[in-house]
Design a protein around this ligand. Sequence first.
Ligand SMILES: *Cc1c(COP(=O)(O)O)cnc(C)c1O
Ligand code: SF4
Length: 315
Amino acid sequence: MIQSIEQLCDLIELAPETLALDIDSPFPLKVPKHFAQQIEKGQPNDPLLRQILPDLAERQPVPGFVADPVGDLQSNPQPGLIHKYHGRALLIASPRCDIHCRYCFRRHFPYEQAKKQHWQAAIDTLKNATDIEEVILSGGDPMTLSENALIDVIGELEAIPHLTTLRIHSRTPVVAPERANRPQLLAKLSQSRLQTVLVVHCNHPNELSEQTADCLQAYRSAGVTLLNQSVLLKGVNDSADTLAALSKKLFRQGVLPYYCHLLDKVAGAGDFDIEKAQAWAIFEQLRRRLPGYLVPRFVEEIAGEPYKTLLTETD
Ligand SMILES: *Cc1c(COP(=O)(O)O)cnc(C)c1O
Ligand code: SF4
């Protein structure tokens, strides 16, 4: 795990002075070794580097970019549980991530909610909420929990009769595959009575390696359905070429694209923003080029809407 800018700059062979670094950002640098090794050396504009480098531009207020752009706090009557959509509830299982993504929509979320006493209460709520079929372990990143903690929570969910599906949202299999490849967890998932889905988060084909392929293969072998979500980011993946390459490489590693999210307008992320008209143009090119199953749904999250809203031509 790299948390020092000097260490990162050494590894990627760039002088810190050449970068517009925010050295004491309140959302500090954090990047796993695997992800850092996928960054091209000597390239200040590398699309992976851009995702993790604290940039001074983040300090600049941008109109319309706010602390809670998706209204998570309003859908959060109980600490540790977010219930916005019919039939699905999101359990904030961990306050941490293995990586700090600069564009993260949860960078200002009050994560003390992920404390164990809170999610225990959240599980009790789920026992009584018989309309919920699917629980999504999210965070933060649930894979930052210990293997035993994850196995325990899965066991508790399996014991709730009205649940049919367990979904895990995690960036760890992509950014730190050695941490996600956990034999006991995989055994638990393969034996589970629940349908299991792992939604990873990968934005650029360079993030994928032989190690990610091995890790993802282990989940496939455990019978887990693998999907990807990405975020459309200026200077990272804002072209049909990059997104087509991403879909193809994900598919080779056993993963189908699910969502490509338009950026949530969170304070600090303004530098990644892409106009909707341009997003639509990229989507159009992508669907001309790829089989339908390799085209992610372009969506945006509008606070208060009952689903993630599909981008349309008239947006
Ligand atoms: C995105 C999200 C979900 C899952 O939505 P799907 O369309 O089922 O992938 C569930 N709960 C919350 C709070 C979400 O933000
Ligand atoms: S892994 Fe996901 S939740 Fe964690 S910082 Fe990145 S975008 Fe945010």
